[in-house]
Structure formats: structure tokens, C-alpha cells
Design a protein around this ligand. Structure first.
Ligand code: OAD
Length: 244
């Protein structure tokens, strides 16, 4: 891959690099994205029936079981070269911030140390009442099981449509966006707010905006560099080219 010279210069001289990732970086690990035609989850299911607090209230069993089956897929999946390249980048740049919209934990399993999870993590469980985090609960036939502390139904620790992002995660990501020299936007359709605002924040504050995606997105036209291709190939090539 021939990298544009300004990109090489900015990345090798960068003080702070930020990466924002989305479902596309885990596609090559076999996990479905949300909006890709045919294969995306939201091409097959309605988000308002599976990913809102109202849906959970209406059909807690269905939602619990849907996330349980997705959790199994996540646990069976392995990080790919794209995840590993970002873990390697963290070791090589003075300051590196990885903010992900993904709930699959694959960045951490690939070795990334500091990961800002904007939309939670499917492997964690909390109660739908006071939000207690729960690691285990007494065996029960009830689905979903109830919080051992307060008796409210348990739910996955993921952000649903209409819910706020965890404030500390959002603040850390917004701060990084305004401080970074380069913002890499990888495998996201860049349509879900507020995460989709991060690249704009970064660019307004003077960062070079670099997109890595096989398909165009609403961000492509304003990106300073668009690397067209799958993250599992493009990211390892980028890291090899910059730090041979
Ligand atoms: P989307 O499904 O909206 O977008 C996935 C993007 O990945 C698309 O732009 C694809 O072109 C791209 N893509 C596909 N394969 C790729 C590959 N091998 N390498 C790189 N890119 C690839 O997923 P997100 O943008 O992550 O929210 O979706 C954002 C949020 O919407 C998710 O976090 C989730 C969803 O509803 C919540 O669950 C709160």
C-alpha cells in the first residue's frame, strides 16, 4: 500500500493519536456489523425491538436471550490483525487513545491496554434498577434473572438507543478528540451520535482525519485521507509501513 506522504509525516511525528472504531473492525473476526446490507444486524432485525429500554420493558426474556446468543458469538470470536495493529500502535506513539463503539471486548483481548468503551460491553451484566454490576447470580428459572442486591431484572451492560453514554467514557473520548494530532476512524458508518461527532470535534480542533473503511460513509468526503479497504489488512500494513 502506498501511503500518502503527509499521512506518514503526521503519524510518525504525532504526539497524540486517537482511534475511533466501530463494528467493521470486528467483521473479519466473524461478528456481524449493524448496517451492512444483508449481513448487518439492523438489516435483519429492528433495533427498536431489540435495543431500546422500552423493548426490554416489553419483552425482557427475548432481549436477554438475544444478547446471550450474541455474547456466545463474541466469546467464540478471536481478535484479528486490525485489533492487533491498534494494540501495537499504542506501544509506539507517545499518547494513544482508543475509543470504541464496539461491545465485544476484542480490542482488550488483542492487547490494547486503555480502551474507552462508549457503548458498554456485552460480557458485563448490570441490573436495570440501580445499575449494580453483577458477576453472578443464584441459579433460577427466571429469565432474565434478578439482581441479587435489589431484585430488579438483570440486563447486559450495553447502551441502547435513547440512553446516555457512560459520562466518563464520553468525556474522555471528547477530550482526546480535541487534543489529538491524528484521528483514525475505522470500520464505522459514522451515523450514530454522539460517537459520530468525535471525528468532527477532532477535525475542528486541527487533527488530520483518516478514515479506514471498504465503503464510503458520510465522513469520507471530509476526511483528509480515506484508505479504502478492510481494517484487518489496512491497519497491519499501516503499522508495518510506519514502524518497520
Ligand atoms: P455499522 O454497522 O453502522 O457500520 C459498520 C461499518 O464498517 C460500515 O461503514 C462498513 O462499511 C464497515 N466495514 C465492514 N467491513 C469492514 C472491514 N472489514 N473493515 C473495515 N470496515 C468495515 O457499525 P457502527 O458504525 O459500529 O450501537 O455502528 C454504530 C453503533 O450502531 C453501534 O455501536 C451500535 C449500533 O446500533 C449500539 O449498540 C448502541
Amino acid at each position: 500500500m502506498k501511503l500518502p506522504r503527509p499521512l506518514v509525516e503526521r503519524l510518525t511525528g504525532a504526539r497524540h493519536v486517537m482511534a475511533l472504531t466501530g463494528a467493521g473492525i470486528s467483521a473479519e473476526s466473524g461478528l456481524a456489523t449493524y448496517r451492512d446490507p444483508q449481513t448487518g444486524l439492523w438489516a435483519r432485525f429492528l433495533p427498536q425491538e431489540l435495543a431500546t429500554p422500552e423493548a426490554f420493558h416489553r419483552q425482557p426474556r427475548l432481549i436477554w436471550e438475544w444478547y446471550a446468543s450474541r455474547r456466545q458469538l463474541v466469546e467464540r470470536a478471536e481478535p484479528n490483525g486490525g485489533h492487533r495493529a491498534l494494540a501495537a500502535m499504542e506501544q509506539r506513539v507517545p499518547q494513544f487513545t482508543l475509543a470504541t463503539q464496539n461491545i465485544d471486548g476484542l480490542h482488550q483481548r488483542a492487547g490494547s491496554r486503555r480502551v474507552i468503551e462508549l457503548h458498554g460491553n456485552i460480557t458485563r451484566t448490570r441490573c436495570s434498577g440501580a445499575g449494580h454490576f453483577v458477576d453472578s447470580w443464584p441459579a433460577t428459572d427466571e429469565v432474565p434473572p434478578r439482581c441479587p442486591q435489589c431484585g430488579e431484572p438483570l440486563r447486559p451492560d450495553v447502551v441502547w438507543f435513547g440512553e446516555m453514554l457512560p459520562p466518563a467514557a464520553w468525556e474522555a473520548a471528547a477530550d482526546a478528540a480535541q487534543d489529538c494530532d491524528v484521528c483514525l476512524v475505522i470500520g464505522t458508518s459514522a451515523v450514530v451520535r454522539p460517537a459520530a461527532l468525535l471525528p468532527e470535534l477532532a477535525q475542528h480542533a486541527g487533527a488530520m482525519l483518516v478514515e479506514i473503511n471498504p465503503e464510503p460513509t458520510p465522513l469520507t468526503a471530509r476526511a483528509d485521507v480515506a484508505l479504502t479497504g478492510p481494517a484487518g489488512t489496512m491497519l497491519p500494513e499501516l503499522v508495518r509501513a510506519l514502524w518497520p
